[in-house]
Write a protein that binds this ligand. Structure first.
Ligand code: HEM
Length: 134
Protein backbone atom coordinates (compact mmCIF):
# COMPACT_ATOMS: atom_id res chain seq x y z
CA UNK A 1 0.00 0.00 0.00
CA UNK A 2 1.27 3.48 -0.85
CA UNK A 3 2.01 5.72 2.15
CA UNK A 4 -0.34 8.41 0.88
CA UNK A 5 -3.29 5.98 1.06
CA UNK A 6 -2.89 5.46 4.81
CA UNK A 7 -5.77 7.84 5.59
CA UNK A 8 -8.27 5.73 3.60
CA UNK A 9 -6.93 2.42 4.93
CA UNK A 10 -7.38 3.65 8.52
CA UNK A 11 -10.50 5.74 7.84
CA UNK A 12 -11.63 9.04 9.31
CA UNK A 13 -13.76 7.50 12.07
CA UNK A 14 -10.89 5.37 13.37
CA UNK A 15 -8.53 8.38 13.28
CA UNK A 16 -11.02 10.32 15.43
CA UNK A 17 -11.36 7.35 17.83
CA UNK A 18 -7.57 7.08 18.25
CA UNK A 19 -7.21 10.84 18.87
CA UNK A 20 -10.13 10.85 21.32
CA UNK A 21 -8.74 7.92 23.32
CA UNK A 22 -5.15 9.24 23.22
CA UNK A 23 -6.06 12.63 24.71
CA UNK A 24 -8.29 10.99 27.34
CA UNK A 25 -5.25 8.92 28.38
CA UNK A 26 -3.02 12.06 28.30
CA UNK A 27 -5.27 13.77 30.85
CA UNK A 28 -4.67 10.94 33.36
CA UNK A 29 -0.98 10.35 32.58
CA UNK A 30 1.59 10.77 35.38
CA UNK A 31 3.93 13.08 33.42
CA UNK A 32 1.90 14.31 30.42
CA UNK A 33 -1.22 15.57 32.21
CA UNK A 34 0.62 18.62 33.61
CA UNK A 35 1.97 20.10 30.32
CA UNK A 36 -1.44 19.44 28.72
CA UNK A 37 -3.28 21.32 31.49
CA UNK A 38 -2.99 24.41 29.25
CA UNK A 39 -5.59 22.88 26.90
CA UNK A 40 -8.92 24.39 27.95
CA UNK A 41 -11.23 23.17 25.19
CA UNK A 42 -10.68 19.43 24.80
CA UNK A 43 -13.41 18.80 22.17
CA UNK A 44 -11.83 21.55 20.01
CA UNK A 45 -8.30 20.20 20.61
CA UNK A 46 -9.42 16.69 19.62
CA UNK A 47 -11.22 17.99 16.48
CA UNK A 48 -8.12 20.02 15.53
CA UNK A 49 -5.75 17.08 16.05
CA UNK A 50 -8.05 14.62 14.26
CA UNK A 51 -7.94 16.96 11.24
CA UNK A 52 -4.17 17.33 11.63
CA UNK A 53 -3.64 13.56 11.45
CA UNK A 54 -6.19 13.09 8.66
CA UNK A 55 -4.28 15.52 6.39
CA UNK A 56 -0.86 14.31 7.62
CA UNK A 57 -1.81 10.77 6.56
CA UNK A 58 -2.84 11.98 3.11
CA UNK A 59 -6.49 13.13 3.44
CA UNK A 60 -8.12 16.26 2.01
CA UNK A 61 -8.53 19.31 4.25
CA UNK A 62 -12.00 19.91 5.72
CA UNK A 63 -11.14 22.62 8.31
CA UNK A 64 -9.30 25.95 7.93
CA UNK A 65 -6.77 25.18 10.68
CA UNK A 66 -3.18 26.38 10.34
CA UNK A 67 -0.76 24.30 12.41
CA UNK A 68 2.31 25.85 14.00
CA UNK A 69 4.04 22.86 15.53
CA UNK A 70 7.35 24.58 16.38
CA UNK A 71 5.89 27.71 17.96
CA UNK A 72 3.28 25.64 19.83
CA UNK A 73 5.82 23.30 21.41
CA UNK A 74 8.80 25.64 21.95
CA UNK A 75 7.35 27.61 24.92
CA UNK A 76 6.19 24.39 26.65
CA UNK A 77 9.86 23.41 27.22
CA UNK A 78 9.62 19.75 26.28
CA UNK A 79 12.30 17.35 27.56
CA UNK A 80 13.43 14.16 25.79
CA UNK A 81 11.73 12.16 28.55
CA UNK A 82 8.37 13.83 27.80
CA UNK A 83 8.73 13.07 24.08
CA UNK A 84 9.50 9.43 25.02
CA UNK A 85 6.38 9.29 27.23
CA UNK A 86 4.20 10.89 24.51
CA UNK A 87 5.42 8.43 21.89
CA UNK A 88 5.02 5.40 24.19
CA UNK A 89 1.45 6.39 25.03
CA UNK A 90 0.66 7.06 21.37
CA UNK A 91 2.11 3.66 20.40
CA UNK A 92 0.00 1.88 23.03
CA UNK A 93 -3.14 3.71 21.85
CA UNK A 94 -2.50 2.88 18.18
CA UNK A 95 -1.92 -0.80 19.10
CA UNK A 96 -5.26 -0.95 20.90
CA UNK A 97 -7.19 0.42 17.91
CA UNK A 98 -5.46 -0.63 14.69
CA UNK A 99 -3.96 -3.65 12.99
CA UNK A 100 -0.15 -3.71 13.30
CA UNK A 101 0.70 -2.55 9.75
CA UNK A 102 -1.53 0.53 9.95
CA UNK A 103 -0.43 1.30 13.51
CA UNK A 104 3.21 1.15 12.34
CA UNK A 105 2.60 3.52 9.41
CA UNK A 106 0.90 6.12 11.61
CA UNK A 107 3.50 5.72 14.36
CA UNK A 108 6.29 6.38 11.87
CA UNK A 109 4.80 9.82 11.16
CA UNK A 110 4.51 10.60 14.87
CA UNK A 111 8.11 9.53 15.50
CA UNK A 112 9.30 11.74 12.68
CA UNK A 113 7.57 14.75 14.27
CA UNK A 114 8.91 13.67 17.65
CA UNK A 115 12.45 14.07 16.26
CA UNK A 116 11.72 17.69 15.25
CA UNK A 117 10.15 18.41 18.64
CA UNK A 118 13.24 17.00 20.41
CA UNK A 119 15.42 19.40 18.42
CA UNK A 120 13.35 22.33 19.74
CA UNK A 121 14.48 21.31 23.24
CA UNK A 122 18.10 21.77 22.14
CA UNK A 123 17.52 25.30 20.84
CA UNK A 124 19.33 27.88 22.92
CA UNK A 125 18.03 31.27 21.76
CA UNK A 126 20.74 33.21 23.64
CA UNK A 127 23.52 31.54 21.63
CA UNK A 128 21.65 31.24 18.35
CA UNK A 129 22.97 27.68 18.06
CA UNK A 130 21.75 24.22 18.82
CA UNK A 131 23.17 23.17 22.19
CA UNK A 132 25.64 20.29 22.20
CA UNK A 133 24.27 17.13 23.76
CA UNK A 134 26.16 16.00 26.86
C1 HEM B 1 6.22 13.55 19.94
C2 HEM B 1 5.29 13.78 19.05
C3 HEM B 1 4.29 14.93 19.11
C4 HEM B 1 3.49 15.26 18.08
C5 HEM B 1 3.41 14.55 16.74
C6 HEM B 1 2.70 16.41 18.49
C7 HEM B 1 1.78 17.07 17.70
C8 HEM B 1 1.05 18.18 18.05
C9 HEM B 1 0.26 19.00 17.16
C10 HEM B 1 0.13 18.77 15.66
C11 HEM B 1 -0.31 19.99 17.87
C12 HEM B 1 -1.21 21.11 17.35
C13 HEM B 1 -0.34 22.29 16.97
C14 HEM B 1 -1.15 23.50 16.56
O1 HEM B 1 -2.27 23.66 17.08
O2 HEM B 1 -0.67 24.32 15.73
C15 HEM B 1 0.11 19.80 19.25
C16 HEM B 1 -0.30 20.58 20.30
C17 HEM B 1 0.15 20.43 21.58
N1 HEM B 1 1.17 19.60 22.00
FE1 HEM B 1 2.11 18.21 20.89
N2 HEM B 1 3.02 16.75 19.79
C18 HEM B 1 3.99 15.88 20.20
C19 HEM B 1 4.59 15.88 21.44
C20 HEM B 1 4.21 16.66 22.49
C21 HEM B 1 4.77 16.60 23.83
C22 HEM B 1 5.90 15.65 24.25
C23 HEM B 1 4.10 17.52 24.58
C24 HEM B 1 4.28 17.91 26.03
C25 HEM B 1 4.63 17.09 26.92
C26 HEM B 1 3.15 18.17 23.73
C27 HEM B 1 2.26 19.15 24.14
C28 HEM B 1 1.34 19.77 23.35
C29 HEM B 1 0.35 20.72 23.84
C30 HEM B 1 0.18 21.16 25.30
C31 HEM B 1 -0.38 21.14 22.73
C32 HEM B 1 -1.55 22.16 22.73
C33 HEM B 1 -1.02 23.55 22.80
C34 HEM B 1 -2.14 24.57 22.89
O3 HEM B 1 -3.19 24.37 22.23
O4 HEM B 1 -1.96 25.55 23.61
N3 HEM B 1 3.24 17.64 22.47
N4 HEM B 1 0.95 18.71 19.33
Amino acid sequence: MRQRDTHTAIGHEAICRVVDDFYDRIQHHSTLAEPFARVKDWPEHKARLSHFWWISLGGERYRDDQYRVASTHLPIGISDALVDDWLALFHATLDDHLEPELAAQWFQRAEHMGRSIRMLGEWKPESGHLAQRA
